[in-house]
Design a protein around this ligand. Structure first.
Ligand SMILES: [Zn+2]
Length: 325
């Protein structure tokens, strides 16, 4: 049954008695759970018993990060996004870059939205009207679009212009280091993930603006064809995260429905002009410090004063810093 009227944001119903996607009541016949971090990913990178901290400070194991989903939606999601991504990750970078980027976007968007659903439903469980809200109304309105993106999968809607930025890098696989790492920032809508030799940097809702910006710089585009050291990938993540914090536009979308009230098209309106506040090298260095924690680099090692920030991407003569040749 297609429930065209369901929209969890109408009544803020992030509850466990309905499918998170189509809103149909869950019964013993159609009930299933959707793992926010899919089972194949948890198996592949041994995540089941690892802990994750939610925004309200709750500690939760990856295996317990599930959201309510009907069997139909579960099957559709599996076919449309999980299986293709799983196969491509299994095959590695060369195959992965051939995958339709829209599928990769939807996959990241599902994890990000799943986390939001979890945060909001946990909040309802607490039932404490005095506890501070994690998201304000304006932020929630923006997340509403994430839900519509996901729903477009079951509606079979097409995008006109893409709503996201997505860059895929080749990373060197080294035995001693972690082959999985992910960072999702629900407020800035960035998502960074590493899976083996695949490194993805995404903004889930900027209508392609930051990807377009990245592609304007030949020394950045060059990096798409290089094999990166993890410290270089981390540097790029810090750049995009900081840049996203300066993003001062609210992307605009139009949704076209068909006569059955299913989504037919999502039109992402391109942004033009200067969409960023002014970049501060010092603030950027603070961001880098977080991403370079693993390598023990401190702010004073990174920021040298007078707007000078160290980089592992380039040599002093401006050429690419190649760790492997
Ligand atoms: Zn459903």
């Amino acid at each position: 049954m297609y429930n065209e009227k369901y929209d969890p944001f109408d009544q803020m119903t992030f509850t466990y008695d309905k499918c998170f996607l189509c809103g149909n009541e869950l019964t013993s016949n159609n009930y299933s759970v959707e793992h926010i971090f899919p089972k194949w990913l948890q198996n592949k990178f041994d995540l089941w018993n690892q802990d994750l901290i939610l925004l309200n400070g709750t500690q939760i194991k990856y295996r317990n990060l599930t959201i309510p989903c009907c069997k139909n939606c579960n099957t559709t999601m599996s076919k449309c996004i999980e299986k293709p991504v799983e196969r491509a990750v299994e095959a590695g970078y060369e195959e992965f870059i051939r995958l339709d980027k829209k599928i990769v976007f939807q996959w990241l968007n599902k994890i990000s939205y799943g986390m939001l659903f979890k945060e909001l439903s946990l909040k309802q469980d607490i039932r404490n009207p005095h506890s501070p809200t994690i998201y304000n109304e304006e932020q929630l309105k923006q997340h509403h679009m994430q839900y519509m993106f996901l729903k477009s999968i079951i509606d079979g809607a097409e995008y006109i212009e893409k709503p996201y930025s997505l860059l895929i890098f080749r990373l060197r696989l080294e035995e001693e280091e972690s082959r999985y790492w992910a960072a999702d920032n629900p407020f800035l809508k960035t998502f960074f993930i590493r899976m083996n030799d695949i490194g993805i940097i995404a903004h889930l809702m900027d209508n392609g603006y930051q990807e377009g910006f990245f592609m304007e710089f030949p020394d950045m585009v060059e990096l798409l064809n290089k094999e990166l050291h993890p410290i270089q990938f981390a540097e790029l993540c810090a750049k995009l995260l900081y840049k996203s914090s300066l993003f001062n536009r609210n992307p605009f979308f139009t949704i076209v429905f068909d006569k059955d009230k299913k989504m037919k098209n999502i039109i992402a309106h391109p942004l033009s002009g200067d969409a960023f506040d002014e970049w501060s090298q010092e603030d950027y260095a603070r961001c880098l410090e977080v991403y370079w924690q693993k390598w023990g680099l401190k702010f004073d090692d990174i920021y040298k004063g007078n707007d000078l920030v160290i980089t592992y991407l380039r040599n002093e003569d401006g050429t690419f810093k190649d760790f492997y040749n």
